[in-house]
Design a binder for this molecule. Structure first.
Ligand SMILES: NC(=O)c1ccc[n+]([C@@H]2O[C@H](COP(=O)([O-])OP(=O)(O)OC[C@H]3O[C@@H](n4cnc5c(N)ncnc54)[C@H](O)[C@@H]3O)[C@@H](O)[C@H]2O)c1
Length: 284
């Protein structure tokens, strides 16, 4: 059973992602409790939120004024202040020990029917929930950076996650005007499994002198129609976050840089994509 009447949302971590999630939830009328371990991190989260709301207001992109939205967010350093939340999203450091500790604390302070979501980029939802009494209400709710701007949210379903928890995660993301897709609890899910080798290859190409960093980014932007090249995107994500994600994937998946077997096979079969009307998709 998960509670589906959501009024108050807890956010653990007030960094890049946590502050963004708190902001988006408050923008959509939810009361939010944003928790970090030190007051200075909570304050810095509020600074990020103020700056972002200011930019959005100047573009007429928010319905309420920034102050009204900000007033819906309560900052705290105490985990117990999350006890009256109807749902919690964890966005603390990308380290298994930290996540496990946070979820053990959440299980202690939150009611049994409260959905506990993690914003992890690569760590296993099943592992994060493995020491809990109620792993069935743990799910991945993987927001993208910057949260107020990016439309997509990846819902990651752990071994023990119930259908009701999965449905609620999709519903909440949609309430926040996001569009979801679902991934199984496999390393890197959909996004980072594919994105991280791409970013690492961009970094290697730069290091090996294939082109300047500007030309690598321009090549990928103009040549493949992505909005940002790998080096610019890595800077936006945070190089530490990229490193953690890459290390997890490396540990779990090994060498992912060889061409995929299915790619070779499709080429040999003459299924070259749009130009032959068939690649991974079919075209008219
Ligand atoms: N940065 C991205 O582009 C991005 C994108 C998607 C998902 N993520 C994931 O989101 C999570 C957060 O990433 P981020 O970029 O916001 O990191 P960040 O370093 O900006 O923020 C993390 C915050 O968590 C706080 N924290 C650490 N331990 C805590 C605890 N026990 N309780 C409460 N707060 C604690 C830190 O003090 C820090 O303020 C990670 O799991 C990351 O992999 C990041």
């Amino acid at each position: 059973m998960v509670r589906d009447r959501i009024e108050r949302i807890g956010v653990v971590g007030a960094g890049t992602m946590g502050s963004g999630i708190a902001q988006v939830a408050a923008t959509h009328g939810y009361d939010v409790v944003m928790r970090d371990i030190e007051r200075e991190f909570v304050d810095s989260g509020f600074e990020t939120i103020d700056a972002s709301l200011g930019r959005l207001e100047s573009r007429d992109a928010i319905a309420d004024d920034p102050e009204t939205i900000r007033d819906r967010i309560e900052g705290t350093t105490l985990i117990d202040d999350l006890s009256d939340c109807d749902l919690v999203v964890e966005a603390a450091l990308e380290e298994m020990d930290v996540k496990k500790e946070v979820f053990a604390d959440l299980e202690r302070v939150c009611d049994e029917d409260v959905l506990l979501a993690t914003n992890t980029s690569t760590l296993s939802i099943t592992s994060i929930a493995s020491d809990l009494e109620h792993p069935e209400r743990v799910i991945g709710l993987h927001f993208m950076n910057p949260v107020p701007i990016m439309e997509g949210v990846e819902v990651v379903v752990g071994e023990k996650t119930t259908d009701a928890a999965t449905e609620l995660a999709h519903d909440l993301a949609e309430e926040l005007e996001k569009t979801t897709w679902e991934a199984d609890d496999k390393p890197g899910f959909v996004t980072n499994r594919i994105l991280m080798p791409w970013i690492n290859e961009g970094i290697r190409a730069f290091d090996e002198g294939v082109a300047t960093k500007e030309d690598i980014d321009a090549g990928m932007e103009l040549g493949t129609n992505v909005p940002m090249g790998p080096l610019t995107l890595a800077d936006h994500i945070g190089l530490d976050v990229c490193l953690h994600a890459s290390e997890t994937l490396h540990e779990e998946l090994g060498d992912r840089y060889k061409p995929a077997y299915l790619l070779k096979r499709k080429v040999e079969a003459g299924d070259l994509g749009k130009k032959t009307d068939k690649g991974f998709y079919e075209y008219e």
